[in-house]
Ligand binder design. Sequence first.
Ligand code: ATP
Length: 501
Amino acid sequence: MNEQNASNHADQELVAYPEGTMEKLISLSKRKGFIYQGSEIYGGLAGTWDYGPLGVALKNNIQNLWWKRFVLDREDMYGIDAAILMNQDVWKASGHVAGFADPLVEDLKTKKRYRADHLLEDYVEKTGDEKAHPKGLTLQQMDALIKEKGIKSPEGNPLGDVRQFNMMLQTSVGAIQDDSSVSYLRPETAQGMFVNFKNVVDSFHPKLPFGLAQVGKAFRNEIAPRDFIFRVRELEQMEIEYFVRPNDWRESFDYFQNEQKDFLINTLGLDASKIHQVEIPESDRAHYSKHSVDHEFDFPFGQKELLGLAYRTDFDLNAHTTASKVDLSYFDESEEDATKKRFIPHCIEPTFGLGRLLLAVMANAYREDTLGGEPRAYMKFSPKIAPILVAVSPLLKNKPQLVEKAREIFNTLRKVFPGRVAFDDNGNIGKRYRRQDEIGTPFCVVIDFDTVEATDESGAAKLDANGIALLNTVTVRHRDTGEQERVTIDKLKEMLVASVE
Ligand code: ATP
């Protein structure tokens, strides 16, 4: 274990999730419309999940912030959206047909399959025997360890030998099924960028360093999907392939390592103490990587990979140049030495799993406390990513002047924050607050008689304690503290805009 790892494990004690956080999150996700089991009415399909209205909103907010930060706000990044289905030769050249595999072991009685490294991890957790840790072990070493320790399947049955299992989901394209019709649902979005490298260079003539960025679905036939949306078979990735001069790789690598951490903490609002940068030993690195640092996160079920960062060298562009016979080298006009003008750039790949980020955000946000003498559960989402930023309510739903004003404010705010403003007139105000707390809405705005009436029954002007007119002011209630304040409608807009900046 290197020093970085050692300190990471020490940090773990700081984490405190309320008991049963995962079960509560899964239940809240279904009840409130964040995430549903895939194909639920047919008993589900393992490793697939469907996003409901609030889940889509949260996911889009995370994705849009990512796209803004890494693509829109930069001049060196080019967005693309490549097809999921690709020529099978792409996956042969990239090494995925031969090498995109996990260690699999079979229960000899039930024939159920498990990941050998996961069984070893479970064994370490149960027994505390750190010598059985699978990190960095080869297939043969894992096999020997399982036999030496007498590890059985979760059902208590003997296990077979550890074998490689290719995780690509294969399909067939076209009416005739033969070897030439084989295709795969892409296991990573990255290859869509490598095969379009020349297209983008020819269209835009970017100067090095520059990157291609893409958000999209990827598919992996995981042996053991688990931990809700953490390990799924249909996933979404947000990836960057950043091309550099060979000697400059380290600088860009370090830069993106910091960028990833900063995105997690300052954009998504994750607790810094739950984030760990872990250098991956050579034996655990993907076949294309010469240096990898993962960002791991303290999920309620343990410290696990959240994001990856890999130095892919010139592996992919080289492999595609050889296999496709299309020259994917780069012509560097600024290079004075003519012999160095043409070369294959090297590549740094920061990769972000969108579903895992969403799960980290949800787990990080889940809170239980007591407010007004009553227990409550709420989601402490940052205003930047909360599915609903503000809920607007008339104090009473049977008073037309209140409803009309509330609708007017709702429509005004909706123009500033499309899709992030809710109109809520169901039940009493206390219930509305609790409902909005549960889905993580940072602000509730209430329109009452003071908002719409300039004078009281005696004809006197309605003023607050400082003698300021209450007309056109609203009550803003803050989710985390339950505190309320009275603000003008103009101030309300300013306050909301500031909260998402
Ligand atoms: P793991 O070791 O957890 O299987 P990996 O190292 O294979 O992950 P990468 O190939 O680096 O993952 O993929 C990039 C990112 O895609 C990961 O950091 C993660 O956020 C996400 N990801 C990968 N596999 C899955 C999956 N099965 N379900 C959800 N997200 C995934």
